[in-house]
Design a protein around this ligand. Structure first.
Ligand code: NAI
Length: 289
C-alpha cells in the first residue's frame, strides 16, 4: 500500500470514543463510515457527532462549517458497509466475547487484503482479537484518549504477531493522517498510561479511605505540590469510578500485584451507583445533569 493510501476509515461503535475517532478522522479529511448496533444507537451517535462538531465550529476550531465535516461521515447499521475500508477501528463496549465476535465478522467483511483491523480497547489483549481473524498480522491496538478531539495521545499496541508493516502504517495514519502523537506499548493490560495512572488513583483512594487526609487535601496536595492539573480523586470522578474499577480489575487480573487491587471503598461506591461526575456524586458532588 503506497504513501497516504489510508483514506477510507471505518469505525464500529459511535459512543463516547467511536464518535470522537470518527470526528477526528473526518476533520482531517478522511471519508468515514461508522457502524452502530441499532437504528436508535446510530441516531444517538449521529447526534453526538453533530453536537460536538457544532461546538467546535462555535469555538472557531474548524476551518469550515461543521456540515462539511459531517458530509464526510455516514452512520449506518450494516457491517457490510465497511467492505472497502483501509482501516477499521473497533470502539464497541469493553466485552471480550463481543469484541472477538466482531473481529471474526470484520475479517469476513473487510475486502482489502491489506486493510488494518484496529481496536480501541483499554484492557483486552490485542492477541485475543488477532487470533480469531485470518490476518492477525494486520490487527493492532490503536488506543485513543477521551475526549478524542482534544487529547493528543494515541498508544500503538502491536501484538506479538502484528507485522512491522502494520505498525508503521498505523503510526503514519495516526501521526500524519490524524495529527496525533503516538507512543509504542507492548500488549499488556493498561499499556503505558493506565498502568501508571490507575495505581496512582488507587493509592489516593486508599489514603482517603484510611483517614490519612481529606479528599480535598489529597487533591490540593497534588495540584499545588506536583503541578498536576487536577488531583487523583477529582480525576477518578471524571473518568468514572466504574471505569476506574474495571481497569484496575483487568490490571490485577494480568499482574496479580496488590497495588492494582481495587480498594473496598471504590467497590462500595460503584455498588452504590456513586460513579463520579456522570451520576452527580463520587468523591465530590456535582450539579445533576
Ligand atoms: P460507549 O458505551 O460510550 O460506546 C460503545 C458503543 O458501541 C455504543 O454506542 C454501543 O451501541 C456500540 N456497540 C456495542 N456493540 C456493538 C456492535 N456489535 N456493533 C456496533 N456497535 C456496537 O463506550 P466507550 O466509552 O466509547 O468505549 C468504547 C471502547 O473504547 C471500549 O473498548 C473502551 O474500553 C475504550 N476506551 C474508552 C475510553 C473512555 O474514556 N471511555 C478511553 C479509551 C478507550
Amino acid at each position: 500500500m503506497g504513501e497516504g493510501a489510508i483514506k477510507h476509515i471505518g469505525v464500529v461503535g459511535c459512543g463516547l470514543m467511536g464518535s470522537g475517532i470518527a470526528e477526528v478522522s473526518a476533520r482531517t479529511g478522511h471519508d468515514v463510515v461508522v457502524v452502530e448496533s441499532s437504528e436508535d444507537a446510530a441516531k444517538a451517535g449521529l447526534h453526538r457527532l453533530e453536537t460536538s462538531l457544532q461546538r467546535a465550529e462555535q469555538r472557531g476550531k474548524l476551518d469550515g462549517p461543521a456540515s462539511d465535516v459531517l458530509d464526510r461521515i455516514q452512520v449506518l447499521t450494516d457491517l457490510d458497509a465497511l467492505a472497502d475500508r483501509d482501516v477499521v477501528v473497533e470502539a464497541i463496549v469493553e466485552d471480550e466475547a463481543m469484541k472477538t465476535d466482531l473481529f471474526r465478522r470484520l475479517d469476513a467483511v473487510v475486502e482489502s487484503p491489506e486493510a488494518i483491523l484496529a481496536s480501541n480497547t483499554s484492557s483486552i489483549p490485542i492477541m485475543k482479537l488477532g487470533v480469531v481473524t485470518s490476518r492477525p498480522t494486520q490487527v493492532i491496538g490503536v488506543h485513543f484518549f477521551n475526549p478524542v478531539p482534544v487529547l493528543q495521545l494515541v498508544e500503538l499496541v502491536p501484538s506479538l504477531i502484528t507485522s512491522d508493516d502494520t505498525t508503521a502504517r498505523a503510526r503514519a495514519w495516526v501521526q500524519d493522517g490524524l495529527g496525533k502523537q503516538a507512543i509504542d506499548c507492548q500488549d499488556r493490560a493498561g499499556f503505558v498510561v493506565n498502568a501508571l495512572l490507575i495505581p496512582f488513583i488507587l493509592s489516593a483512594i486508599r489514603m482517603y479511605e484510611s483517614g490519612f487526609a481529606s479528599a480535598e487535601d489529597i487533591d490540593r496536595g497534588l495540584v499545588l505540590g506536583a503541578a498536576h492539573p487536577q488531583g487523583p480523586l477529582a480525576l477518578a470522578d471524571l473518568i468514572g469510578l466504574d471505569t476506574t474499577k474495571a481497569v484496575a480489575e483487568s490490571l490485577y487480573e494480568e499482574f496479580k500485584e496488590p497495588l492494582y487491587a481495587a480498594p473496598p471503598l471504590l467497590q462500595r461506591m460503584v455498588d452504590a451507583g456513586l460513579l463520579g461526575r456522570k451520576t452527580g456524586r463520587g468523591f465530590y458532588t456535582y450539579d445533576a445533569r
